[in-house]
Design a protein around this ligand. Structure first.
Ligand SMILES: [Zn+2]
Ligand SMILES: [Zn+2]
Length: 252
């Protein structure tokens, strides 16, 4: 049987994509870590991309509760176990309710077996907030700016930490949200495919928003396989690139 992995475009590992998510380490690699979305690939992503020595996780920000963004939530258990901490999880109030339904066993006094995730749920409203619920006091001074987005008929939350903004899964970005992204060094932006889509940005629209937001560098993410890495990269203007699994950026 010929699997998808044998198709010519997958010869380039940059075209083999796990689900979208990002890890922010405000004090450098190996320090306190803030994860945006627990994708169904989270376990593999953690094994592959987290520091080999003393990997850690300190907070989780959720953009929305589509399966491709939260279905790896159960795999945060090792971090609870090794760090002996409850992890704060931040999301819009209606998405916290969704998490309590989809992962009801976490919040019920059922048997523990191999352990259940230990989560503290914290609502994200429109206003910026600090990660004061984290066990590590270093993170208490880290400010997160929520960036409300429209994802077809539902909401999705983008997040800004210092000079970086992560905006996945959106079809419309309001002027109010754009105004919160002045002076970005890095924008990570949804860009699903060449043709328009009802719930995601397509290439032309993503480029349009990227220009309006005006980050020093824009990285496109959540791409379908209609966007071949090298071809897409060559088509993009200066300062804009497609993402690939394991892509890293470092800021002083
Ligand atoms: Zn979605
Ligand atoms: Zn998605």
């Amino acid at each position: 049987m010929i699997g998808m992995q044998n198709l010519p475009q997958f010869k380039n590992p940059k075209n083999v994509r796990m689900r979208a998510s990002v890890l922010l380490e405000p004090f450098g690699h190996g320090g306190p870590a803030v994860l945006i979305d627990t994708s169904p690939d989270f376990r593999r992503q953690a094994l592959q991309f987290f520091p080999q020595k003393n990997p850690r996780l300190d907070a989780i920000l959720i953009t929305h509760t589509h399966a491709d963004h939260i279905h790896g939530l159960d795999d945060i258990r090792p971090f609870n176990f090794y760090q002996k901490q409850t992890l704060p999880l931040y999301a819009e109030p209606h998405y916290l309710e969704q998490i309590e339904i989809k992962f009801s066993y976490i919040f019920m006094p059922t048997q523990e077996g191999g352990g259940k995730p230990k989560l503290g749920l914290h609502p994200v409203e429109k206003e910026a907030f600090f990660l004061t619920e984290c066990a590590d006091p270093l993170l208490h001074k880290i400010k997160i700016t929520p960036l409300p987005l429209i994802h077809g008929g539902i909401s999705c939350m983008g997040y800004r930490l210092r000079n970086i903004a992560y905006l996945t899964d959106c079809s419309y970005i309001s002027d109010e949200t754009i105004a919160k992204m002045k002076g970005l060094d890095l924008l990570i932006l949804d860009c699903l495919r060449p043709k328009p889509h009802t719930t995601h940005l397509h290439v032309d629209l993503a480029l349009d928003y990227a220009r309006r937001i005006g980050a020093k560098k824009t990285v496109f993410t959540h791409m379908s396989h209609e966007l071949e890495y090298e071809t897409f990269k060559k088509s993009l203007p200066r300062g804009m690139v497609p993402a690939f699994d394991g892509m890293k950026f470092r800021f002083e």
